[in-house]
Design a protein around this ligand. Structure first.
Ligand code: UDP
Length: 324
């Protein structure tokens, strides 16, 4: 059987780069694509010497073409943290609308199966808890998160339309908070923010009273879920995440313990439309994919801390703050 070839957009990003590694490991030829606005070539530097890997420096919001066979497409290009989409709202909207339209057209030309990265943000500030796939969400379209949330909701809608009207093979993963090595230290998300602060000897900034909850999934577990979903025959959205829920204040305390820092938790104002609670219902993933997370938060946080600790000090000092 001939080798299969997969296009991964957002290849230089946190999740994209882990997907590249996984597909290379599984014996695929991988074409990575990224415009490098939020991605970093350091994440995939180790792949450039492999003949199985190619890289296109390209913005998927513009016409997409790659010569030759493409069997699968994974669309992971998008800014994905509140600080990023506050800084680059228009690009965030474009990659989730123009970008996906280009890729769906490209998938048709290549007769490829396409999996798109959606998000728990489609549920907005949820009034149903935990979130099941059939919950429609509570999103403010014109708030600061609207550019991301609505782009991702549009992305799901157009993907389903291509599935229904063009019979394209499509898959939709709704990704909940995920962490691990290669997260950007300055992306403003809570985990790199807290670990960066602890490593620099700064106090940890809890937004609001810290009673809001999140459920954090280690990246290897997430990649396994995505891999299984791609090769399943299920075209509707599937939540992938770790249902272990924790308040942000408790999370800060865990990071203080993990890093052994003498710093304390300090409070900052809660950003607008910050979801009060988030936890995936993963019954569907268990039933359809036989998947559930295996890596505990204690274990995953240790691997992640080891990664951040190994970064050169100048990386650590570059960190931007949301509230700076
Ligand atoms: N947060 C915080 N301090 C920080 C960064 C984030 O308390 O320095 C909070 C944020 O307000 C939110 C939670 O941590 O309630 C998770 O934020 P993140 O940006 O990581 O992702 P979100 O799940 O909100 O998209």
């Amino acid at each position: 059987m001939s080798r299969k070839r997969v296009l991964i957009t957002g290849a230089a990003g946190f999740l994209g780069s882990h997907l590249c590694d996984r597909f290379i490991k599984e014996g695929f030829d991988v074409v990575g694509m990224d415009n490098l606005i939020t991605g970093d070539l350091k994440n995939i530097e180790h792949l450039f010497r492999l003949k199985e890997f190619e890289f296109y420096h390209h913005d998927v919001s513009k016409f997409v073409y790659v010569p030759g066979q493409i069997d699968y497409i994974l669309h992971f290009a998008s800014p994905a943290s509140p600080i990023d989409y506050l800084k680059i709202p228009i690009q965030t909207l474009k990659v989730g609308s123009l970008g996906i339209h280009n890729l769906l057209g490209f998938a048709r030309v290549k007769n490829a199966r396409i999996l798109i990265a959606s998000t728990s943000e489609v549920y907005g500030d949820p009034t149903v808890h935990p979130q099941t796939e059939d919950y429609w969400g509570n999103v403010n379209p014109i708030g600061p998160r609207g550019v991301y949330d609505e782009a991702k909701r549009f992305q799901e809608a157009i993907t389903m339309a291509y599935h229904t009207y063009h019979h394209l093979e499509t898959r939709i993963v709704r990704i909940f908070n995920t962490y691990g090595p290669r997260m950007r230290l300055n992306d403003g998300r809570v985990l790199p923010a807290f670990i960066g602060q602890a490593l620099r000897g700064e106090d940890l900034t809890v937004f609001g009273d810290g009673s809001q909850t999140r459920s954090f999934c280690y990246v290897d577990d997430l990649i396994e879920g995505i891999y299984r979903l791609l090769f399943s025959d299920y075209a509707y959205p599937v939540n992938i995440g770790n249902p272990q829920e924790i308040t942000i204040r408790e999370f800060g305390e865990e990071i203080i313990k993990l890093t052994g820092t003498n710093q304390k938790l300090i409070t900052h104002p809660l950003p607008q439309d910050d979801p009060k609670q988030r936890r995936p219902d993963i019954s569907k993933a268990i039933e359809i994919l036989g998947w559930q997370p295996k890596i505990s938060r204690a274990e995953g946080l240790k691997y992640t801390y080891d990664y951040f600790r190994s970064l050169p000090p100048e990386e650590l000092n570059k960190t931007a703050h949301r509230f700076a």
